[in-house]
Design a protein around this ligand. Structure first.
Ligand code: ATP
Length: 477
């Protein structure tokens, strides 16, 4: 593809415009060439865009055969029909009319018109001899929130070449943000966010009647899809500075599994090092709950004993634990993991904790014991354990360097800007989703005190959980 810098409309001053063959043609020759090109382009356009062609041909035919009044009447009738459609069935209207129209207009006006210059100025074009080449736009899909541009990369380019360019691309095309998603080898989707679907608080989600531990709905993704977190056969780490909204992730998970708690298939064992302030309101859901240092270590040790006992019993019989009311899935919730791993007052407690936690994290997944842990400060102590948490959620973080500590190296370059999440959007963060190398932006649902109280009333743990009668600070059987 030949790049004509001079013809591209980019905001900013042009510089170093190379001369091209034909730039010095006389007016007559240029007009002749233009006419020839038009004759070739009309049939090509007609074949490529049959819908538009039908509308154009119908318009010309109506005008020529029935006059302007008939044409205006037909357009008025069409407008009324579309308005009625949009009123009565918004979703199908959006899908079949609004989004394709948006895609066509924005695809031509915003992206294709400025594409090559933008690629050059973002340093994504390449030179070969005297020619310059830019990645090719295959398709543009737009909805009310985002534009998705499918792009064929140049030979010699790979998706990671776009890492670190996303901010420049977003700014070039006037978007709030840009993410790269690999489609297939050599082809990527650039997702430009125009309106943030996560700005509004996501209300608490209703728990599903039948709980699926492989995907518990906890919030919304920025493409409008539900965001689910798997608990079975995994451990989940939620990292975020104070006030980042870790509580909303933990509460959304607990609310999501509440029906299974009531039916005895899931038990929540909860350690709240913040003196019980955060999680105590949900004690009716918990089978075990504690907030004192020694009992918290004892709770993790009990989980480790359960893991060892189940592993010994199930070895050779089953490769995967199936939750039942007799042998429930245990979710060990630790509200501030760093407190247990780094700040326990006594050295002996720290040692006991480290050894019990390593058993639970390394062997618990196969025997139905999973950890859901929150952490404010993802520094060294946590990083040592980070790899034992297959699911990691990074909310707002104080420093850019912390993103990699939670999501792994390069995650920030691939779009996880946790340090730029505004304080006004607690519960917002980035996650890595299976099969996708790019982090996905998400927001957890906000579970209010009233929602917690209602969840406790509707789904209390069975009598063995001793919910409301628990003595705080003690580990109960
Ligand atoms: N998903 C959410 N949507 C809207 N508001 C939220 C959400 N999550 C939390 N908040 C609000 O943000 C504030 C801080 O939330 P939260 O206590 O969960 O943060 P945290 O990360 O647990 O902080 P800390 O580590 O200090 O306990 C709360 O007042 C809460 O009302």
């Amino acid at each position: 593809m030949r790049v004509k810098w001079a013809a591209d409309q980019v905001a900013g001053d042009e510089y170093d415009v190379p001369r091209r063959p034909g730039d010095d043609d006389s007016l007559v020759v240029s007009l002749g060439k233009g006419l020839g090109l038009l004759l070739l382009l009309v049939p090509w356009y007609g074949l490529r865009h049959p819908g538009t062609t039908v509308v154009l041909v119908a318009t010309v035919w109506l005008w020529a055969s029935h006059g302007l009044a008939a044409l205006l009447a037909a357009y008025a009738a069409l407008t009324i029909a579309l308005a009625a459609w949009s009123f009565w069935h918004r979703s199908s209207f959006t899908r079949f009319v609004a989004n394709p129209f948006r895609s066509r207009v924005r695809g031509a006006w915003v992206y294709r018109r400025r594409w090559r210059s933008a690629m050059h100025l973002c340093e994504l074009s390449k030179g070969w001899g005297a020619e310059r080449y830019a990645p090719h736009v295959i398709r543009v899909r737009c909805d009310a929130f985002a534009d998705r541009v499918r792009v064929k990369l140049l030979p010699g380019q790979c998706p990671s070449d776009l890492d670190g360019k996303t901010e420049a691309l977003a700014s070039t095309f006037g978007a709030l943000g840009c993410r790269v998603q690999v489609d297939k080898p050599g082809v990527v989707w650039l997702v430009f966010t125009r309106r943030d679907p996560l700005v509004d608080v996501v209300p608490a989600l209703e728990p599903a009647a039948s709980v699926d531990l492989t995907g518990v709905a906890v919030g919304t993704r920025d493409d409008g899809q539900p965001w689910s977190v798997g608990l079975q056969s995994t451990h989940v780490l939620v990292a975020g500075e104070t006030g980042a909204g870790k509580g909303s992730v933990v509460w959304s998970v607990l609310r999501g599994v509440a029906p299974a708690i009531r039916d005895g298939y899931v038990q929540a064992w909860v350690a709240d090092p913040k003196g019980g302030m955060e999680l105590a309101p949900g004690r009716a859901l918990f089978s075990r709950f504690t907030h004192e240092p020694e009992p918290m270590v004892a709770l993790v040790e009990q989980a480790a004993e359960l893991v060892t006992e189940r592993a010994n019993r199930l070895r050779g019989i089953a490769r995967q634990h199936t939750p039942t009311p007799v042998e429930p899935f245990v979710l060990l919730v630790v509200d501030e993991l760093a407190y247990l791993t780094a700040y326990l007052p006594e050295r002996d407690l720290s040692k006991r904790l480290a050894s019990a936690l390593s058993v639970v994290l390394s062997q618990g997944r196969a025997v139905g014991v999973s950890v859901l842990a929150a952490v404010q400060d993802p520094r060294k102590d946590i990083v040592a354990m980070r790899d034992l948490f297959p699911v990691r959620i990074a909310l707002r973080l104080t420093e850019a360097s912390q993103v990699g500590m939670v999501l792994g190296d390069g995650a920030r370059d691939r779009g996880a800007r946790c340090d730029q999440i505004p304080a006004s959007m607690p519960g917002t963060g980035y996650v890595l989703i299976d099969g996708q190398r790019e982090p996905v932006r998400v927001r957890a649902a906000y579970v209010s005190d009233d929602d917690i109280a209602a969840t406790c009333r509707t789904y209390p743990a069975p009598a063995t959980g001793l919910g409301a009668s628990m003595v705080e600070g003690e580990v109960l059987p």
